[in-house]
Design a protein around this ligand. Structure first.
Ligand code: ZN
Length: 196
């Protein structure tokens, strides 16, 4: 099993709307295993494909190691969509792609999700409380959205500096991060070759 580098804030793939998955082959099954492995090693509770650099509609979730959440089986969601939501709660969120920043986010308390499983069968689930929150955060990722997009202007300006550091690659984490400096070098090269 592989541990995949996590793409951080600043990588364009985190801002892209993902493509629908229409075929499940051995490669995808392997990818799902590697995503669970990567997430567990990083002590994460959810991981979406853009966070490992892929613009496909896939996310894995596992909160079963959290105290009091043992009954929640791990989830693999292909092409998930929130079809309905109820209530409102405010919970603190963080993100493996935005290391060290945690802020309170208000979202619906309960969601209905339509998705496909690894056999591409259509499924429906109703989630509430903590697992609902994690699923909403992950489904946001599949639409190019990050939890910081839900914050107030004031909070956004308070964390602006930290975000700009992450964008420049000036961040450390106790898990493997994709090298954002390489991305910048690639852009620099393009500039040189285009003659500007
Ligand atoms: Zn996240």
């Amino acid at each position: 099993m592989k541990t995949l580098p996590i793409y951080t804030y600043g990588f364009e793939v985190l801002r892209k709307k993902t493509r629908k998955i229409t075929k499940v082959d051995d490669k995808l099954i392997d990818l799902v295993r590697n995503m669970f492995n990567t997430m567990h090693k990083a002590n994460g509770i959810g991981l979406a494909a853009p966070q490992i650099g892929l613009d496909i509609s896939l996310t894995v979730i596992d909160i079963s190691h959290i105290e009091g959440q043992e009954k929640n089986d791990p989830l693999v969601l292909l092409n998930p969509k929130i079809t309905d939501s109820y209530g409102e709660t405010t919970i603190e969120e963080g993100c493996l792609s935005i290391p060290h920043i945690r802020e309170s986010v208000t979202r619906p308390e309960e969601v209905y999700i339509e998705y496909q499983d690894l056999d591409l069968n259509k499924k429906y689930i109703e989630l509430s409380s903590y697992i609902s929150r994690v699923a909403q955060h992950e489904i946001d990722h599949l639409n190019g959205k990050l939890f910081i997009d839900h914050l107030s202007k004031e909070t956004k300006s308070r964390i602006k500096q930290d975000l700009s550091h992450i964008k420049k690659g000036l961040v450390m984490a106790d898990y493997l991060l994709a090298d954002i400096a390489k991305k910048d070098k690639a852009i620099d090269k393009r500039k040189i070759y285009s003659g500007s």
